[in-house]
Design a protein around this ligand. Sequence first.
Ligand SMILES: CC(C)(COP(=O)(O)OP(=O)(O)OC[C@H]1O[C@@H](n2cnc3c(N)ncnc32)[C@H](O)[C@@H]1OP(=O)(O)O)[C@@H](O)C(=O)NCCC(=O)NCCS
Length: 136
Amino acid sequence: MNSHPSIRAFAWDDYDAVVAIWRAVGSDPLPRAELEAKLIRDPELFLIAEDGGAVAGVVLGTYDGRRGFILRLAVDPAHRRRGLATRLVAELELRLKALGCPRINLFVLPDNAAGLGFWQALGYLPVPDVVCTKPL
Ligand SMILES: CC(C)(COP(=O)(O)OP(=O)(O)OC[C@H]1O[C@@H](n2cnc3c(N)ncnc32)[C@H](O)[C@@H]1OP(=O)(O)O)[C@@H](O)C(=O)NCCC(=O)NCCS
């Protein structure tokens, strides 16, 4: 395994590998059309971790001009606990900061112990807001 993973922006050649990682963590893959719409706005906030020439992790950031949001963070199970997610999020934080973003929000399911452990290790604290959603 390559010991020098790199973090870079997503390219369409990565799509199948990203879908495979999302599937591996039980997350519904983003359809191409949804991704195309997102990449028109802020392509530099969709990041890939590449290790040994293969996609090993992914994170999707968004910025609405006021708050940043982090979605779909996933690291291939074979590449975990090597700091890849930490590096993905650190790079995303830098890029959001460069856009003027003062705060990042995200959702974690309450039964996701790995996710909660990870986010707390990085200083993301739970807030007791009510979460609502509506499909349009
Ligand atoms: C959560 C996830 C992205 C972490 O990826 P990773 O590359 O293994 O994370 P890192 O190596 O950067 O971990 C950094 C720190 O986070 C914490 N952490 C990571 N995984 C953890 C786990 N399973 N349990 C508890 N703490 C954990 C640890 O403090 C870790 O530091 P350490 O390895 O020195 O102890 C990965 O487990 C994953 O893809 N999970 C499934 C998808 C998911 O839950 N995504 C988050 C949705 S909100």
